[in-house]
Design a binder for this molecule. Sequence first.
Ligand SMILES: [Zn+2]
Length: 549
Amino acid sequence: MAAPSIAMEVNCQSNFKLSKGEKKSLRKQNKARHTLLRHEGIEAVSYSTQSLVVANGGLGNGVSRKQLLPAFEKCGLVEALLMPPNKPYSFVRYKTTEESQNAYVSLNGKEIVDDLGQKVILYLNFVEKVQWKELGLQALPPGLTVVEEIISSEEEKMLLELINWTEDINNQNCQKSLKHRRVKHFGYEFHYENNNVDKDKPLLEGLPDICDSFLEKWLAEGYIKHKPDQLTINQYEPGQGIPAHIDTHSAFEGEIVSLSLGSEVVMDFKHPDGVTVQVMLPRRSLLVMTGESRYLWTHGITPRKFDTVQASEHYKSGIITSDIGELTLKKREIRTSFTFRKVRHTPCTCSYSLVCDSQRKETPPSFPESDREASQLEQEHVHRVYEEIAGHFSSTRHTPWPHIVEFLKALPDGSIVADVGCGNGKYLGVNHELYMIGCDRSKSLVDICRERRFQAVVCDALAVPVRSGACDACISIAVVHHFATPVLFYSSFCPPIPAALASLCSTPCFLILGTLLLSDDVLFPHSASYQRTSGKGWQECRAHLLSAI
Ligand SMILES: [Zn+2]
């Protein structure tokens, strides 16, 4: 029999030659193939290849790596066993087609015992390639590399001893103790107010000599292509982190490198479309970010004391997959990072204009002419900004405003309250006797709410997915001034155009804070609060506000 025709042969065998059991198995195998194609877009091929998709052999149906791998290893040298999280299938790739054929013959339609001791039957099909990206399987962000063991333990020690956190008499190197970490700058000071450097004012002292020799070496060895002239040293205690951010395009060139010392850490990378990849940065490794990973993906470190990491001994750098069979917890230790960047002196011309401050069009403010324009305006100047600054925004907004706390505490126990534009959820936990639902247009902020175990959804403040009259009260704090048009604004506030906010509560019981635009030329910086007991109707509320101007 010609080697590459097993699958075809199995599938084309005349059904009379098969026993009843074999026919059933064949039907199930075909069914598995169709399901994978229909639901997952995984296309099986009718000839043998090195890779197989294993239906029923996935983490999603309780089969762990520990159970599956030995079975496949008996058939040949397994190059990779890829088990996507929560999926009822996996992929196995062999070194040769012969080995994958072996596996096909020995394991297709065969039983395996899952983690709960139940038997599952595996159905195998050949695939041309293992579909990483299409399946949302994780790969490193493009342009990112992690070079392991770039320095020795002795060199690490030397670098760590170089930093004198305790005394910096002239504060020459701009030491700062930020809220979440200690930081020191060399070459140029980095200003957190505008996330930029003062390019005309290099610091008196440049980069430490020892760093210079490392940089020269990395350049010569090809790990980096440009010599940095700015260094930021960050020190993180366990539990500390850095909010997700993209280094300002106009501030630094396209290659940013970061040396991890003292301890490993897991860094989160996030693509604007929501894909998140956790990358392990081992101790003494160099993270090199270029291209897409530097310009388009945000990176940050979640403040926590433990990281979820791969369990295998041989695993060092790279992505943390969500493979439950391979995960374990690792306690964080003090990590010091040396981040080297090259200050940019010409505008950035990257191909990621959406996130590029050099390419941001500065148009004079004007009223949008259509809903479409208004929505674009909001998208660009409100939603995108909040997505980008969510981490920082959240970390600077801890203290609830007393007026709002008072309002929430005065509500009857058990009231259902919507917080429209809830941000990081700072009001959602103010009164535990209320049932509060938050919503915000920024996914990143809603993620923060969820981490804090609040109920929150992503939505537009003018299309809140809550049934009219379902709430007893509603707050919307510092939101309305973000709406782009008077139409949108009025529609949210006035009864003649019943809109999201107005219709949420059964009786007017609102707290709206923001700079309210009540007529074409009057800005009304005020708060408007209408308690349930006031019994004021919408017309009265509006009249009250207008009379106060
Ligand atoms: Zn750019």
